[in-house]
Design a protein around this ligand. Structure first.
Ligand SMILES: [Cu+2]
Length: 127
């Protein structure tokens, strides 16, 4: 009787282990699929440092829909693309934008971040 109980307990433990492993595996597969989809989404990354953006000019194709993301490499900044109603900061670093109006738009830091704040400007060129 004791051997039979131990055998049953062993089988139940094995089944539980397989179920737990398969649930964890499904979660990891779903996470990986979400990461791959995010990486495949066209994007425009803007990196801010004290007291400039990483490029003087960002060119985007007219009509493109991009996930625009503000990355902070140094200091705390916020960015606005004038004429496109795009405001990015630490709390809201990404926004999907459809660049449907060709032209040149000012990208500026809109958070007083230090002595070089007034010079933190770049351009977004939509063409
Ligand atoms: Cu600033």
């Amino acid at each position: 009787m004791y051997k039979w109980s131990m055998f049953t307990l062993f089988i139940l433990a094995c089944v539980a282990a397989v179920v737990i492993f398969s649930i964890d595996l499904n979660d990891r597969v779903a996470e990986r699929a979400a990461e791959e989809q995010a990486a495949a989404t066209p994007h425009l990354d803007i990196t801010a440092s004290n007291f400039h953006f990483d490029k003087p000019v960002y060119e985007v194709k007219a009509g493109s829909k991009l996930k625009v993301t503000l990355k902070l490499a140094e200091g705390v900044h916020a960015a606005e693309i004038m004429g496109y109603n795009v405001k990015l900061d630490q709390a809201n670093p990404s926004q999907e934008v459809t660049f449907d109006k060709p032209g040149e738009y000012e990208l500026a830091c809109v958070l007083v971040c230090g002595p070089g704040h007034a010079d933190m400007h770049s351009k977004i060129v939509v063409k």
